[in-house]
Design a protein around this ligand. Structure first.
Ligand SMILES: [Zn+2]
Length: 338
């Protein structure tokens, strides 16, 4: 196909459900968002790599409310955070939830545990001493229930009333780092990554938030085990690849997947598009990750989701505008739930 000829389909819009927006120079992000809007873009889900990345993502969400929906987490393809960094990230995330803790309390990540984390890293959210004591004493009295309201209500100065987080992400397991370690003759121990992923899953369960996963092949089965254990159903496996058995398990759980521009040229992904139900798929770019085939040499742009929609329509034998409407509807259904 000629990727340079993007036919604009009116009255049907687009969502890029996974992009690392903060990794683009700000002027490029601004231009891309404007162009995306002009092409019928409704929203992007901006994922984060770590706390610093989350702070930059939050600024974008504040600049483009509604258009940029922020997800916070820790990308698994990097060395694990140390304990201080991990607690700071969770405290910061906690302050960006709606305080509705307790709807799905989890044994693995109790309110007390997280409140103590917040107390340890009060500087990250500018907690007053009174608020911290309040949070901790509440959690002692009533572990797991509405413990974090004091954080939301605290006078946090510049971070007062930050936008609520849309989702937890990007989180998952280090599949590619493990492969690279094996090529060097080393072994990457996944245990720490699995523990951290379980903590993110418990956090998502407790706050009834969607979770965005980087978990492919056999790692997807580990992620499924953890999601099932915590009763999480709002799971989005972005750029998913895996065995047919895993695919069937994910479908049975109602988990979502998303297709990147490689849907135009990766046979494995094209087969997956034929298999996965139309109601459980979305479009994404994972930008600024670069693509091949017709995208070779082009900077990854959220408007490339138009080409993902078009190719998915072809594969499924759908009308293009019908395909765009379905993929957007799926993205809204998944990311508008809270
Ligand atoms: Zn990503």
């Amino acid at each position: 196909m000629n990727a340079n000829h993007v036919k604009i389909v009116r009255n049907a819009e687009l969502a890029d459900t996974h992009i690392h927006l903060e990794q683009y120079p700000p002027e490029d992000a601004a231009r891309m968002l404007r162009e995306f809007r002009n092409e019928g873009g409704e929203f992007v889900v901006a994922v984060s790599m770590n706390l610093e990345s989350a702070r930059r993502t939050e600024r974008l969400a504040q600049q483009y409310p509604g258009l940029v929906r922020p997800a916070y987490g820790f990308h698994p393809e990097q060395p694990l955070p140390n304990a201080t960094e991990e607690e700071a990230l969770f405290a910061w995330m906690e302050a960006r939830t709606d305080g509705s803790a307790g709807t799905s309390p989890s044994m693995a990540d109790t309110g007390a545990d997280a409140a103590l984390s917040a107390a340890d890293t009060g500087d990250a959210v500018s907690l007053s001493a009174a608020d911290t004591i309040n949070a901790v004493s509440l959690s002692t009295a009533d572990s797991g229930n509405a413990v974090f309201l004091p954080l939301v209500d605290s006078d946090a100065g510049a971070e007062d009333d930050p936008p609520r987080m849309t989702a937890v992400g990007e989180v998952g397991l280090p599949y590619y780092s493990r492969l690279e370690a094996a090529e060097r003759g080393e072994t990457l121990d996944e245990a720490g990554y699995i523990r951290l992923l379980e903590r993110f899953i418990a956090f998502a369960a407790r706050h009834n938030l969607p979770i965005v996963l980087h978990a492919v092949y056999e790692d997807a089965d580990i992620a499924c085990d953890l999601l099932e254990r915590h009763g999480v159903t709002q799971a989005h496996f972005h750029w998913f690849k895996g065995s047919e058995a895993t695919v069937q398990r994910m479908i049975a759980n109602g988990f979502f997947i998303s297709f990147t521009p490689d849907l135009l040229y990766e046979e494995e992904i094209r087969q997956l598009a034929l298999l996965y139900p139309e109601s459980l798929v979305m479009s994404e770019t994972d930008g600024p990750w670069p693509f091949e085939g017709p995208f070779e040499g082009r900077s990854t742009h959220p408007s490339m989701t138009a080409e993902v929609c078009r190719e998915w329509a072809r594969l499924r034998g759908l009308d293009e505008s019908e395909a765009r409407a379905q993929l957007l509807e799926n993205a809204r259904r998944f990311y508008d739930r809270n």
